[in-house]
Design a protein around this ligand. Structure first.
Ligand SMILES: Cc1cc2nc3c(=O)[nH]c(=O)nc-3n(C[C@H](O)[C@H](O)[C@H](O)COP(=O)(O)OP(=O)(O)OC[C@H]3O[C@@H](n4cnc5c(N)ncnc54)[C@H](O)[C@@H]3O)c2cc1C
Length: 404
């Protein structure tokens, strides 16, 4: 938590006042004859060339006191690896699907397909047709969808509705961030391929999924990992000059997906209800309570960070992430990441990327969020001495837009 109070006004006018006129606009672009470029301005050698206007500059004006302007969530990070396996508990099949850290949205459809494979084998062997899914976050809703595909009757149990979950708060870039997968590289590659295919097929169908460019000043680890594990899903180009008015040094452009969690989860929930899934809102205190009170013989545990107490999984460790939600800016249709990120979505422009290891407190911290958006000395409150460890570098990243 930031301990310093917010100094000065609640409205943080972060960048426009400081923008210098850039005298060298466009001058660093490499000139290549149009005929040697493909449709997206990439030369045959893979170096992108800026041929057109700069992309619009984000407006970092931030009102921390506005409703919903500051969010915080707990990434369900699991030491060693995420958990995707099955156990027999008192004659019941319990499939675990949790611990996906900062990549749960990304991996969801792929993990759900794995859950379906595990359950399919059990259904084929026996006569059971009823399944319980614990959890109504992205893992629970996608797993439930895939179980319906097997012709099962599905009941979802959870103490938080989809709009109250961590999943709902996620930024939504499709990337492998802050998740362990030691010894599971092959499985993860399959999960990524299935997830990417499923998300791509849903573009334009009301799931809040879009193809987007993500610009990064340095190679983006969370996308480079995807390229290494499952080649061909994410595309990278080197840019000798970034396509921004004041941010003109070399960088990279990645072509990836953006999933807008509020739209995605709403749509999953609606589809599940339409297909007859029953939601039961309740909190389980222990594994024993689950096994004695849930009647279904197939139980899929998608309780995210909740699995630490529910299933006594000490490998789960909270990593708090905070977000500043700026008003939507429809002109921005690209992502940006470096020491933090900026994801323009249809509901908000999301600024985030903080990591507070071991912190399980979901209370947002407006002074921290204000600090990331701030480029004015008057507004630089809190972060330097806060536990939002990356916030100062996010400030640097955002400052770059306005002062270069
Ligand atoms: C700030 C932030 C940004 C993120 N950005 C991204 C991103 O850009 N891309 C990405 O892929 N991922 C991102 N993530 C990660 C992603 O949000 C998580 O990995 C994902 O939400 C985990 O989903 P889940 O369904 O396992 O857990 P949750 O969404 O937490 O859902 C858990 C469900 O289980 C239920 N539950 C838990 N315990 C119990 C219990 N005892 N009894 C009853 N019900 C229980 C809860 O009520 C809830 O319904 C981000 C996370 C944060 C915090």
């Amino acid at each position: 938590m930031c301990i310093e109070p917010v100094a000065g006004p609640q409205v943080t006018a972060c960048q426009p006042a400081f923008l210098p006129i850039c005298p060298i606009l466009g001058r660093l672009a490499i000139v290549v004859p149009r005929s040697s470029l493909n449709q997206r301005g990439v030369s045959p050698g893979g170096v992108a060339v800026m041929t057109g206007a700069n992309l619009p500059t984000p407006d970092f004006t931030f009102v921390p006191s506005a409703p919903g302007a500051c969010l915080a969530g707990i990434r369900p990070y699991r030491r060693g690896s995420y958990r995707l396996d099955a156990e027999d508990a008192a004659g019941r099949l319990v499939v675990h699907n949790y611990g996906h850290g900062g990549a749960g949205i990304t991996l969801s459809w792929g993990c759900a397909a794995k859950v379906r494979e595990i359950v399919r084998a059990r259904v084929a062997a026996g006569s059971t047709r009823d399944a319980a899914v614990l959890g109504a976050g992205v893992m629970g809703l996608t797993a439930a969808t895939r179980l319906l595909d097997l012709g099962l009757t599905v009941t979802i149990y959870a103490d938080r509705k989809p709009a109250e979950t961590t999943s709902f708060k996620a930024g939504g870039q499709w990337a492998v961030s802050i998740v362990n997968y030691a010894g599971k590289e092959r499985e993860l590659a399959e999960i990524l391929r299935t997830a990417h295919r499923t998300f791509s097929e849903s573009i334009g169908n009301g799931f809040g999924v879009y193809e987007r460019d993500n610009y990064a000043g340095r190679p983006a680890e969370n996308l480079e990992v995807v390229m290494q594990l499952a080649a061909g899903l994410v595309h990278r180009e080197f840019l000798p000059r970034m396509p921004f008015e004041h941010h003109t040094q070399a960088g990279y452009r990645y072509r990836t997906l953006l999933v807008e969690p509020p739209t995605f989860l709403r749509r999953l929930e609606e589809d599940l209800l339409a297909r007859g899934v029953r939601f039961v809102w309740k909190r389980f205190r222990s594994r024993e309570e689950v096994l004695t009170s849930v009647p279904q013989n197939i139980i899929v545990n998608c309780t995210g960070f909740g699995a630490r107490d529910l299933w006594n999984d000490d490998l789960l460790c909270p990593i708090k992430g905070q977000l500043a939600m700026l008003p939507a800016q429809p002109a921005l249709d690209y992502l940006y990441s470096q020491n933090g990120y900026l994801f323009p979505r249809s509901d908000h422009v999301v600024i985030g990327g903080t990591t507070e290891y071991g912190v399980a407190d979901e209370t947002p911290d407006p002074p921290c969020a204000a600090g990331w958006c701030s480029t004015s000395p008057r507004c630089s409150v809190g972060p330097r001495r806060s536990r939002c460890r990356r916030s100062t570098s996010i400030t640097r990243a955002t400052r770059r837009w306005s002062t270069r």
